[in-house]
Design a protein around this ligand. Structure first.
Ligand code: PEP
Length: 251
């Protein structure tokens, strides 16, 4: 399995813009050289899946932990799956820090995704103040500890390490920072340590290759730079090249 290159469009690209994106998105890679994932806004999922021209997986950016109910504006894992999503982003830092999602909610959503047969892509990462206070390992172990139980029965899942200070800021963790944090996440996963761990935080064509060549970095989760089809294609191409340089991986 090669690297994973995932695009999180956040609240960008409605259905027409999603179709326009795919009319221009054509990375120069062999189809199985890299696993490409897209997380469009849920309203654009159908248009994106209809217009994509390359092999790619699709997911939603958030789910509710209940199957159905009086939860205005929410989407359940089952509904996302019925609409064609195979992946679910869970616990993104914007969900944790803008919408106040706790570790317990992230854990419940992870369990809901697993029960619905979606592949959870669970985001973890420290705030700048936590890093400066020397709390990197403690924060990562707490966040990963909260999801280990629901992930134990998952047939497949991924974790995305996204230092909050590097998301949408232009600040990037060095490949060494990423490798250090990924090793902590892998250790905290215990028996589940063979799962892919993605790095996210201001990934761009200029740093994607170095980040994906760092030890323990199995791919990238890209926000801002996934919105432009030409720029994202260059990151996908970097992923294909980094993956082909990897020793054989079973992940
Ligand atoms: C993200 O949204 O997950 C992200 C990493 O954003 P950006 O690449 O813009 O920092």
């Amino acid at each position: 399995m090669g690297k994973v290159v995932a695009g999180n469009w956040k609240m960008h690209h409605g259905p027409a813009a999603a179709a326009a994106f795919f009319s221009r998105f054509s990375p120069r890679t062999a189809p199985d050289a890299v696993e490409i994932l897209f997380f469009p806004p849920v309203i654009s999922l159908a248009a994106a899946m209809r217009t994509v021209g390359v092999p790619a997986g699709f997911g939603v950016q958030n789910i509710h932990s209940e199957k159905a109910g009086a939860f205005t504006g929410e989407t359940s894992a089952e509904m996302a799956g019925e609409a064609g999503a195979r992946f679910a982003l869970i616990g993104h830092s914007e969900r944790r820090h803008i919408f106040g999602e706790s570790d317990a909610e992230v854990s419940a959503k992870t369990g809901a995704a697993v029960r619905a047969g979606l592949v959870p892509v669970v985001c973890v990462g420290e705030l700048l103040g936590e890093r400066r206070a020397g709390l990197l390992e403690e924060v990562l172990r707490r966040q990963v500890g909260a999801i280990v139980e629901p992930l134990a029965t998952a047939s497949r899942f991924m974790v995305a390490y996204e230092p909050v200070w590097a998301i949408g800021t232009g600040e990037t963790a060095t490949p060494g920072d990423a490798a250090e944090a990924h090793a902590i996440v892998r250790s905290a996963l215990g028996e589940l340590a063979s799962a892919p761990i993605l790095y996210g935080g201001s990934v761009k064509p200029g740093n994607a290759s170095a980040l994906m060549s760092a030890p323990d970095v199995d791919g990238v989760l890209v926000g801002g730079a996934s919105l432009d089809p030409d720029i994202f294609a260059r990151i996908v191409e970097a992923g294909a090249a980094a993956g082909s340089a990897d020793p054989v991986r079973e992940r």
